[in-house]
Write a protein that binds this ligand. Structure first.
Ligand code: HEC
Ligand code: HEC
Length: 373
């Protein structure tokens, strides 16, 4: 099968494999437009020999916000919450401490488990009284660089975010005053707050500041992708390199997943709203009330991906193969029923998604690339 296919490709494009140098650069710019097969691997090696800004131009559709791939920028801390080693240590202690929950049984780390890619490995999270939430616990590898938090972006800073799961009745179900008292009763906690903030007083605001400061130290584990940025794409095998090229060009992923963290920091509807059905989640609409936001979710960072499944806001996709097959079909495009025809809230799938026509080999290459992140 495979032999037959590649022979057909070669006979369909006589001389393609012999073309070299600048001609190929010009041809690949055209190929970037989308439909044809990618260049052969030797050509790709040449095209991807330099740093990211010398790579073939990404294939972008109207409205895409692309930032070049590259190393992570330094972490910025807010002026009113400067970091210190003592504050980070306190934040880490709090992050792992079930005293922050109403029942004394749930820590942040119960759902953002460092052994499970800082997620919980579950489709959707279990919290207080084993109540099941509606959303997948995201990994926290990229939060230090994000400008909004939660799948719908309803928190604008890590400080603001940190207190929300504590109070959430189906997550930690905590009562702020009780938690502050509980921590104050532990003498070495008072000492830790003094080291971090200058005096022993404990408040929810300080708890949030310490948690946020600790979270800003989290970063993706060093991966093959980091090595490719340091030493060049020579560290990739042929399949991974092809995957990178497809990610940038034919597969269109870079329309939304770009920059050092592989996210545009934006919100898009890729078709997983489940409108009018049991799994319905209106996403960003629940926060803004704007119809165009129905079904839009935050573009997640793709760093550390091989350890952060299951995928999507509701964890419906257990494997990257399934994610890629989903995008290959252009995402999901639900059609309105007769009663829904005039419904302004009917979710509209983002026009940046198109059917991709990726072959099996190309889909496998894309998965191989995603696994390097
Ligand atoms: C019961 C499981 C659970 C617990 C406990 C929990 N979280 Fe979460 N966390 C989630 C889920 C689920 C989401 C996504 C919810 C959403 O988007 O609506 C989330 C989202 C987040 C986010 C946003 C990440 C992003 O990429 O936008 C941060 C940051 C976070 N949690 C930190 C914490 C901290 C700090 C604690 C402890 C104070 C904590 N979580 C406790 C399940 C949990
Ligand atoms: C229109 C913008 C857009 C494009 C194009 C796009 N994505 Fe996404 N991607 C998103 C959004 C938004 C989500 C979260 C959607 C949700 O949970 O409902 C997401 C989620 C994902 C996830 C799940 C990550 C996680 O932690 O759960 C993976 C993996 C992924 N995309 C890979 C890709 C690949 C590979 C491509 C190219 C074939 C691609 N994306 C193209 C916007 C996009």
């Amino acid at each position: 099968m495979r032999g037959a296919r590649s022979e057909a490709e070669m006979t369909g494009r006589p001389g393609w494999r012999r073309t070299l140098g600048l001609q190929v650069l010009a041809a690949s710019a055209l190929l970037g437009a989308g439909t044809a097969s990618p260049p052969d691997i030797a050509t790709l090696r040449t095209l991807y020999a330099g740093p990211p800004d010398s790579w073939p131009a990404p294939t972008l559709h109207e409205g895409a916000r692309f930032t070049e791939f590259g190393p992570r920028p330094p972490v910025k801390h807010p002026a009113d919450n400067p970091p210190s080693p003592a504050k980070v240590a306190l934040g880490e202690r709090l992050f792992n401490d079930p005293k922050l929950s109403g029942s004394g049984q749930f820590a942040c780390a119960s759902c953002h488990n460092p052994e499970l890619g800082l997620g919980d490995g579950l489709k959707t999270a279990f919290g207080h009284d084993r109540q099941r939430g509606q959303r997948n616990a995201p990994h926290l590898f990229a939060v230090a660089w994000q400008s909004s938090f939660f799948w719908d972006g309803r928190a604008a800073s890590l400080e603001e975010q940190a207190l929300m799961p504590i109070a959430n009745p189906i997550e930690m179900a905590g009562d702020g005053d009780v938690i502050v008292e509980r921590l104050y009763a532990v003498p070495d906690y008072r000492a830790d707050f003094a080291k971090a903030f200058g005096d022993e007083s404990i408040s929810l605001e300080r708890i949030a500041q310490a948690l946020a400061t600790f979270e800003r130290t989290l970063k993706p584990r060093s991966s093959l992708w980091d090595r490719a940025l340091e030493r060049g794409t020579g560290v990739f095998n042929d399949q991974q390199l092809l995957g990178l090229h497809l990610f940038r060009t034919k597969a269109g992923c870079a329309n939304c997943h770009s920059g050092p963290l592989f996210t545009d920091d934006g919100f898009h509807n890729i078709g997983l709203t489940y409108y009018g059905r049991k799994l319905e989640d209106l996403g960003r609409f629940t926060m803004t009330g704007v119809s165009a936001d129905v079904g839009r979710f935050k573009t997640p960072s793709l760093r550390g991906l091989s350890r952060t499944g299951p995928y999507m806001h509701n964890g419906v996709m257990p494997r990257l193969q399934g994610v890629v097959a989903f995008y290959n079909g252009g995402g999901a495009n639900p059609r309105p029923t007769a009663e829904q025809a005039d419904d302004p809230k009917f979710p509209r799938t983002d026009p940046l998604l198109k059917p991709l026509d990726l072959s099996r080999e190309e889909q496998a290459a894309l998965v191989a690339f995603l696994e390097t992140l």
